[in-house]
Design a protein around this ligand. Sequence first.
Ligand code: ACO
Length: 363
Amino acid sequence: MKIYAEITGWGKCLPPAIMTNDDLATFLDTSDEWIRTRTGIEERRVSYVGTSKLATVAARNALAAAGLDANDLDLIIVGTCTPDEIIPNVASAVQRDLGAKYAAAFDLNAACSSFLYGMHYATQAIRTGAHKKVLIIGAERLTRILDWTKRESAVLFGDGAGAMVLEATTEECGLLASHVTCDADARDVLALEFGMSFDRFGFDGIMPFNFVGQEIFKRAVKGMNMAVEKVFAETGLTTDDIDSLIPHQANKRLIDYLAKMCNVPEEKTVINIQKYGNTSSATLPIAFCEAVEQGIVKPGDTIVSAVFGGGLTCGAGIIKWGQRVTPIRDNNETLPSNGQTALDLILPVYEGTRKAWEKREHE
Ligand code: ACO
């Protein structure tokens, strides 16, 4: 009998401190108008806790939606490019904090494509019988690695986490087809040179953030095009069979392009970049979570998804939702405020980096 990997749980965690475009314009030479029209972003979140804490809240919400206990899990995958430490991994902190003592736990870094990569490999693991109940998380604290003096990249990103539970079933649902790739010739167009230190907080040196926006844009369009065509070909489905589009949230213009390509109207395209910016591996699970909460995803819907990220990694998937769109237990746990605003959190880091650049110029 054929085994599928149904999405039975979904959850998210958005840190409470909000940085608006106008907040950014108080210390960067930018404007709400520029950011809004070029990217679609209006605000983003800034976290005061590490990636593993964001991941754990999202994970608890996903487990609640699935009606599972942590001990039911046999695998935890955390997609992230901003782990708290290099060793040990974020997934082991989540395993400990959830009390999921029977779960294997590893991190996966395909930058913004990590969550779809995670779904791809978790689905294969469930289909072969290697695993039965898998928790996949996308979690990032990108605000601690950005160069806050560089307007071309600082305005684009934010913090957050999202999670999904996949469970073995004989019903035809979950990820029906997926394709993941990497265009490694373009490794350098999105790169952070950190050596062994990768946290701007408490660090006053320079960690160059290489970012070539237009090249990323061009390669992303090409890669997603190819990946989407592949998953349509593999399933034999056409754009007429698609109920909604849930894409990576990197730029509203890219999302509009994808919607046109997949022939999905605006009301069936999930867009939340205006609220959160690009949260890298977390954009996809947060978008799925909100699509279910807002009733965009209906029982049995067919969804197309596409992602790209540093590497340049790329991917697409066709997902069939199961019959349940309501959580089994309440999945609205949030991270409380610690009283600090987004500017409280970021301005000291900005100042440190600005001084380091100034010093470099005088050397
Ligand atoms: N505020 C004001 N002006 C700015 C800003 C800013 N934040 N950033 C750049 N500018 C200026 C530039 O200096 C340039 O000025 P000039 O014409 O005087 O030289 C002008 O605006 C145009 O800059 P471009 O880089 O050409 O702007 P573009 O229209 O290409 O938009 C963007 C930039 C939004 C980054 C776009 O290239 C893009 O969306 N790229 C792909 C998506 C992406 O890179 N997302 C980031 C995440 S990567 C990922 O998800 C893996």
